[in-house]
Design a protein around this ligand. Structure first.
Ligand SMILES: Nc1ncnc2c1ncn2[C@@H]1O[C@H](COP(=O)(O)OP(=O)(O)OP(=O)(O)O)[C@@H](O)[C@H]1O
Ligand SMILES: [Mg+2]
Length: 182
């Protein structure tokens, strides 16, 4: 797929996706600080703007209206670009890899080893079914496969160990990948 490169004056847009619990939010917050960017909290956005079709009672989560989500993100990007000094945007969502390749400079897929991910999800109080589904998604590398299918430039990052040192190394990797996309 031919990817349109970022035009001069447009901000950098990073999509951070991956299975729940792998560390998207942790990484997005650190990236926002390191790049003087802005993290878009999509969980909040989806809830506030009602970008969902229904509420899944069994899984205790919203079923996102993907087209409404895409429109909302598009609007945020346009508004940011219209600013005098557009900021780097970091889109924190496990749906962000579904955004159009023309909009996104880099898709980061956060990953985590299965044992650690199981522990994290259990700690959150997720049901056995929900844990199993998320672990399966991680085992089958679902987000990464979908991101590649979309034609994105993908950087996969293992965040099984989250600490200041690993985050620092991770940010260096992200910066190197961004330099390549320019
Ligand atoms: N400072 C930290 N030190 C150690 N572990 C942490 C720290 N911050 C978060 N974690 C662990 O990392 C996990 C992943 O966190 P995070 O909320 O970033 O995942 P996520 O991918 O954004 O999940 P979701 O898709 O549900 O939003 C948390 O559940 C927590 O167990
Ligand atoms: Mg999160």
């Amino acid at each position: 797929m031919v990817k349109h490169k970022r035009k001069a004056g447009k901000s950098t847009i990073i999509a951070v996706s991956g299975t729940p619990g792998t560390g998207k939010t942790m990484l997005s917050k650190s990236l926002a600080l390191a790049l003087n960017g802005k993290r878009i909290d999509c969980t909040k956005l989806i809830r506030e703007k009602k970008l969902y079709q229904a509420y899944d009672k069994q899984r205790k989560c919203f079923i996102v209206d993907i087209n409404a989500f895409k429109r909302a993100i598009n609007q945020i990007i346009q508004e940011n670009n219209a600013k005098k000094q557009p900021k780097t945007l970091i889109i924190d969502s496990h749906m962000s890899h579904f955004l159009h390749t023309n909009l996104i400079d880099l898709v980061i897929i956060t990953t985590c080893n299965i044992k650690e991910l199981g522990k994290r999800l259990k700690k959150r109080g997720y049901s056995e079914t929900k844990i199993r589904e998320n672990l399966d998604a991680e085992i089958f590398d679902t987000c990464c496969i979908e991101a590649n299918e979309q034609g994105h430039t993908v950087l996969k990052l293992d965040l099984s160990k989250i600490n200041q040192k690993t985050i620092k190394t991770t940010i260096t990797k992200v910066k190197a990948s961004l330099d390549k996309t320019n």
